[in-house]
Design a protein. Structure first.
Lengths: 172, 98, 347
């Protein structure tokens, strides 16, 4: 289980390499989806099934769909994928960098915390679930701030994208 | 460094490097920002899980709400830029150079 | 823009700054910074012309990256020490990262490149908010973390800012870019003293806000965004033109005016701390800034406008803009120097 989680965490890094290496936005969104997926797996493996679920539903289900739609604004006739030209060079460069960093920094299994799955029989309430209930009781202020910022975001988006006389989107 | 610490640190660094060094599209820059926020979310959630700090477990969720707002504002700016500049290429944003 | 929306945006601007001020937890401080950034975006892009949208986009990218880096560095600190308190920032990498991220947020020298273009794309009232109110929240964090930050890093940031703020403004003809570079130079003065005497940082910030508000409001009154327009200002409002020239000298830090006070106290403190070299470099590089203020001053008061034929009449017409705020800021900009003993007694 421990090594499987390490594999998931490494896949997170590889997914971010896919985003950072400047491919066409379609593929960058794909890389981010992969990263979010394996990140969700890592969270579940560490015992945070609720935050994992939240990541999956909100992040993958909500935000990335919007990003995928917005990729239409950045459409190109010949989108670059990871195997082509400069993107390939960037991917190789970043992978090399990550490899060197792994070689240099990886380790510390001595102070590796135990993965929760390995003694799950002892738990009655998972930590993340009880904490979320705390947010609705004593953490009310933060909840109000969060609701306010979501409302504010609505106004921000509406004001930024208001059409005025400039009309709809134009082609390049 | 434990593998968890290593992976979120390098994931964030990769996102930041991607945002800083080479972007052709504004959307790619926003995706890099999202990658950074994703690694932050995972970092906060794993910190909470590994230290069994239940009171902190609202923090990743609050972070997710804020990063959703940020992504929304970014995409609105993408639409506005595509409207005024005709494209979302960052090279087209050159009206204000010194 | 509808007044209700403006109300919501301005109150959120206040909310963000207040959250950052009152927080002792990095997450809440980050939230305040995010609210601040989000709330000012529509104000920046309110005219929807390409330059405004471009400035908004650049501002958003810089601020979002800086805010994410702040939270990342505090997460590193929490993984190392288990502490989220702002005062308990001890991990060396985390302090350096946060210093750089806050420098990016306010626009200090090695990471200042977003600032002049963004200012250039805004109208003057929004530029005023950008140069004053938006600096408050990051500076609250800078003052709180300065004792644990790397001393050489802060000094380097300050020296570079004063230098580049002076140098970059030399070749500009656009007033908003000049004011952006002036802002960078003043921020350099604030950051260099933050580790020795944070009260002086606050004093400098307050006086900078007063001076730059007076300048922005004057330019708004004259609807001036280029040096050329300044040359015609004497025909519109002769008295304000004279006062504005003095305001520019106050920004440059000449003795009988308010702007001299923070520079004087900072140089004195640096000398007391045994850093005469830093103090000398700071004082000499203030001359660079003084040069472009003097150029504005020259264009304003000693130059005949290039098109004199029909610009003699405007001073007969009554000005309809409200000048109460401008009056207050202008008087404070010109006459506060005698209050130096009071300021020294307070800090």
């Amino acid at each position: 289980m421990l090594y499987f989680l390490d594999l998931l965490l490494l896949s997170l890094v590889v997914g971010l390499v896919g985003v950072a290496s400047n491919p066409a936005p379609y593929f960058a969104a794909l890389g981010l989806a992969v990263a979010a997926g394996v990140g969700c797996g890592a969270l579940v493996g560490h015992g945070g099934s609720l935050v994992g679920l939240m990541l999956f539903l909100i992040y993958l289900g909500g935000m990335l769909v919007v990003f995928a739609y917005s990729a239409a604004l950045a459409a190109e006739p010949f989108p670059e994928t990871w195997g082509v030209g400069s993107v390939k060079a960037y991917v190789l460069m970043y992978l090399l960098g990550v490899g060197v960093a792994v070689w240099w920094f990886w380790g510390g299994y001595g102070d590796h915390w135990v993965v929760v799955d390995e003694f799950k029989e002892f738990f009655v309430v998972r930590g993340d679930v009880s904490g979320v209930s705390l947010m609705y009781s004593v953490g009310g202020g933060m909840l109000v701030v969060c609701a306010w910022v979501l409302l504010l975001c609505l106004f921000v988006v509406l004001e930024l994208t208001r059409g005025l006389s400039r009309g709809a989107l134009r082609a390049v | 460094m434990t593998p968890v610490y290593f992976s979120f640190t390098s994931a964030f660094t990769l996102g930041l490097m991607g945002l800083a060094f080479h972007r052709t599209h504004l959307l790619s820059a926003l995706l890099c920002l999202e990658g950074m926020m994703l690694s932050l979310f995972i970092a906060l959630a794993l910190w909470m899980l590994q230290l069994e700090s239940t009171t902190f477990s609202a923090a990743p969720i609050l972070l997710l709400a804020f990063s959703a707002c940020e992504a929304g504002a970014g995409l609105a700016l993408l639409v506005a830029t595509a409207r005024t500049h005709g494209t979302d290429r960052l090279q087209a944003l050159n009206l204000l150079q010194c | 823009m509808s007044p209700y929306v403006i109300t919501i945006l301005l109150s959120s601007l206040g909310l963000g700054t207040a959250l950052t001020f009152m927080s002792s937890h990095w997450l809440l401080a980050w939230m305040g910074l995010e609210i601040n950034t989000l709330a000012i975006l529509p104000l920046m892009a309110q005219h929807h012309h390409p330059r405004a949208v471009e400035a908004t986009t650049k501002y958003f990218l810089a601020q979002a990256a800086a805010a994410a880096t702040i939270l990342f560095a505090s997460t590193i600190n929490a993984w190392a020490t288990g502490e989220w308190n702002i005062y308990c920032l001890t991990h060396p990498i985390a302090t350096t990262l946060i210093t750089m991220a806050l420098a990016l947020k306010v626009g200090l020298a090695p990471v200042h490149f977003w600032m002049p273009p963004v200012m250039q794309g805004l109208d003057l009232p929004t530029g005023l908010i950008m140069a004053t109110w938006q600096k408050l929240a990051p500076f609250a964090l800078i003052i709180q973390m300065a004792p644990t930050a790397h001393p050489q890093l802060l000094t380097t940031l300050g020296l570079l800012s004063v230098f580049i703020g002076g140098w970059g403004g030399l070749n500009q003809t656009q007033l908003r870019k000049i004011l952006a570079y002036s802002s960078i130079a003043h921020l350099g003065w604030m950051i260099v003293i933050a580790q020795f005497k944070p009260q002086l940082t606050i004093l400098t910030l307050v006086i900078y806000i007063i001076m730059t508000s007076a300048t922005f409001l004057t330019f708004k009154l004259m609807t001036a965004t280029k040096i050329n327009t300044l040359a015609m200002s004497w025909s519109k409002a002769p008295i304000i033109t004279t006062m504005a020239a003095l305001t520019l000298l106050s920004l440059g830090g000449l003795p009988p005016l308010t702007g001299f006070m923070p520079k004087w106290l900072i140089l004195q403190e640096l000398a007391t701390q045994g850093l005469p070299l830093t103090a000398t470099i700071m004082a000499l590089s203030a001359l660079l800034s003084l040069y472009f203020y003097l150029r504005l001053w020259y264009a304003m008061t000693l130059t005949i406008s290039p098109n004199t034929n029909n610009s003699l009449a405007p001073w007969r017409l009554q000005n309809t803009q409200n000048t109460t705020l401008l009056t207050i800021f202008m008087i404070a900009t010109l006459l506060l120097l005698p209050l130096t003993p009071l300021a020294q007694a307070l800090i």
